[in-house]
Design a protein around this ligand. Structure first.
Ligand SMILES: [Ca+2]
Length: 385
């Protein structure tokens, strides 16, 4: 848990902007505090997108792909040229829904971006006023300049049941390091109780076995339960899976993902309901997997990475979280199965998604409607590389 005095310092720092030249006011005794006038990184704007949700680098070429929630996939080549992807499925846009995640099948590292196997998630309308997340696999073919095309798109998973509302789809995707399993975060769609129902996909992490061609080789299984709205889903450098989810009023949490574990939502949470109704906190003997760290007040995470690059050597192995409230980047250290906060770096706007480039630079995209509110930023160490 965060200690109260640090939260007070953080909220003061959050009002400063990156361009502020005021002298540092942080508590220099604490390595956890970084004020905006003394950021460890400098930022360069690279492009802007409209309501971006996910960013992902093609590791072989350094081309960055961006999903926009209304249903577009665009890309930025390392030289700065922008392109777009055709063949994107129709999405059910609105609320928190639309186009979601975009990832590459592992092991594709050719230096020419000609053909890739990709996976994407989006929201699909059902009968009546219902909808649900789906995941598709496609061959992405890039034959023309500044253009790629999704071919043979196949839906490989549908969140069941489809329900009303437009929130908490989660639909983050990640491959296991050995490439044998695709994991899907399946949010509880703001319905709460289904997160505890083993027969519902809502509030679960889903695991799908895949063969060497990247196609499912067996049925999807519900791997864990008791989740709320997972927006970060990543493997650490040791091959362990972690998830980062939104609590209600308070109670955002980072969890180490263990097969079959129940993470407690909505029966326990280190936050309370929005109307103030208390929820029992996680406790050691309640039978639920307790978070490695939780936040109250929240950080409103959008995404996370485990940093493994050389450009920020002091951050190797740390978790970097894209945070929306307060806006910034939150840095965690992992020690065994515990996590602790090591730094907060306030930013001008909410950060939706974060990725590590092949050169070790950190790229983030802001959260907002309209191009001016959603810049793509490259972060490199302050004072030059
Ligand atoms: Ca929990």
């Amino acid at each position: 848990m965060m200690k109260r005095p640090l939260s007070a310092v953080f909220s003061l720092l959050a009002v400063a902007t990156a361009s502020c030249s005021a002298p540092a006011t942080g508590d220099n005794r604490s390595p956890a505090v970084s004020d905006a006038a003394n950021q460890p990184f400098q930022t360069e704007e690279q492009a802007s997108f409209d309501e971006p949700w996910a960013i992902a680098f093609d590791q072989g070429t350094g081309t960055l792909f961006v999903t926009e929630r209304k249903g577009a996939i665009r890309f930025r080549e390392p030289g700065g040229r922008l392109g777009s992807v055709t063949g994107v499925p129709k999405v059910d846009y609105g609320g928190q829904g639309g186009l979601g995640d975009f990832i590459f099948a592992p092991g594709q590292v050719s230096s020419v971006l000609d053909r890739r196997t990709v996976y994407l998630s989006w929201v699909e309308a059902g009968s009546g006023d219902t909808r649900g997340a789906v995941v598709g696999r496609a061959d992405m073919v890039c034959e023309a300049q500044s253009s790629c095309d999704l071919r043979d798109l196949k839906v490989i998973w549908r969140q069941q049941p489809k329900v009303s509302g437009r929130g908490h789809f989660s639909h983050r995707l990640v491959f296991s390091p050995d490439g044998r399993y695709l994991f899907i975060a399946s949010g509880e769609r703001q319905k709460m109780q289904p997160a505890q129902d083993p027969a519902s996909d809502l509030g679960k992490i889903i695991r799908i076995p895949v063969d060497s061609t990247g196609n499912p080789s067996g049925p999807a299984e519900r791997y864990t339960l008791g989740h709320r709205n997972i927006l970060g889903l990543r493997f650490d450098p040791q091959g362990r899976l972690w998830e980062l989810e939104h609590g209600p009023r308070g109670g955002d949490e980072l969890n180490l993902v263990q097969p079959g574990a129940n993470y407690g939502w909505p029966l326990v949470s280190n936050g309370s309901h929005y109307d103030g109704t208390p929820i029992p906190d996680h406790s050691p003997d309640d039978g639920f997997a307790a978070p490695a760290i939780s936040w109250n007040p929240v950080i409103a995470p959008g995404d996370m990475i485990f940093y493994t690059g050389d450009l920020f050597p002091q951050w190797k192995g740390n978790v970097l979280i894209a945070a929306m409230l307060p806006a910034g980047i939150v840095r965690l250290g992992i020690d065994g199965t515990a996590a602790r906060e090591l730094g907060r770096y306030p930013t001008q706007h909410r950060i939706r998604s974060i990725a590590q480039a092949p050169d070790g630079s950190i790229w983030v995209v802001e959260d907002g409607k309209g191009l001016s509110a959603s810049r793509l930023l490259r972060l490199t160490p302050a004072g030059g590389e």
